[in-house]
Write a protein that binds this ligand. Structure first.
Ligand SMILES: [Zn+2]
Length: 253
């Protein structure tokens, strides 16, 4: 299984528009972060987790030529607003499968009503197939994917376990029985926004504590704010098996 980090930044991305913060001005490519998303590839399958406003750029940058589906963690704009750009895949492949909680579909139906309507579609508008995710394993390609249920402040969000890889973003609280689904992982990806506490995200300390509890072989941090600091400085402070993810990073499991 191959994972590509398509984006590792928090909701505004890094650099932030108009910002003079030193991290936003950094020349290190590892300090430039698009909105958070990953590509998960195995056998001949290609799935994307989340579809934020940078989706088009991310598909071009990673040279993705087909997708078997988009799996959503939750409905926030930085995870969904690129949905219109499934059009090139739709023109080539037909209806695009989407996987999400039913609440997320309700939200997408409001914002992208022209995609979800069944009447008098404007030519060129894509069509999707909706697969509702409940908190139980679901099939993606030839694989059973295990949702991990958590809270992003008060909003329900899903993380996902694919074999011995798990991806959790926008988590603040995860119940004990959900943490138990994360035993024996090779790789855990988890959000770590910044050092200061935040109402809806793990800060660095909480992320490191969570990693210790889950005890994967390796862990990667994502959904990073410019307030966390320069990539290279932060990496030096991390435990041996914990890495700061960066855009374009690929890992094989
Ligand atoms: Zn987010």
């Amino acid at each position: 299984m191959k994972i590509t980090f398509l984006g590792t930044g928090t909701s505004q991305g890094i650099p932030i528009i108009g910002s003079n913060h030193p991290v936003c001005l950094s020349n290190n490519s590892k300090d430039k972060r698009l909105r958070v998303s990953i590509l998960v590839e195995w056998d001949n399958y290609t799935f994307v987790v989340d579809c934020g406003p940078d989706f088009r750029q991310q598909m071009l940058r990673a040279n993705v030529t087909k997708i078997d589906g988009i799996i959503f963690t939750h409905e926030h704009a930085d995870h969904t607003m690129g949905l219109d750009d499934i059009r090139p895949f739709f023109f080539k492949q037909g209806d695009i499968p989407l996987y999400a909680h039913k609440r997320v579909f309700k939200s997408l139906e409001k914002r992208f009503d022209y995609i979800f309507t069944s009447e008098e579609k404007y030519p060129g508008v894509p069509t999707v197939i909706t697969h509702e995710i409940k908190n139980e394993p679901f099939t993606a390609g030839n694989l059973d994917v295990m949702p991990i249920d958590g809270l992003h402040h008060k909003l329900q969000v899903f993380g996902f376990r694919f074999k011995d890889f798990a991806y959790l973003t926008d988590m603040k609280t995860v119940r004990k029985e959900e943490v138990e689904k994360l035993e024996n992982l090779d790789v855990l990806v988890v959000n770590a926004l910044r050092e200061k506490p935040h109402i809806s995200h793990f800060n660095l300390e909480e992320a490191l504590k969570f990693i210790k509890r889950v005890n994967p072989k390796r862990a990667y941090l994502t959904h990073i704010s410019h307030h966390l600091g320069f990539h290279d400085d932060v990496q030096q402070k991390l435990p041996d098996n914990v890495f700061l993810a960066y855009d374009n990073l690929q890992i094989t499991i």
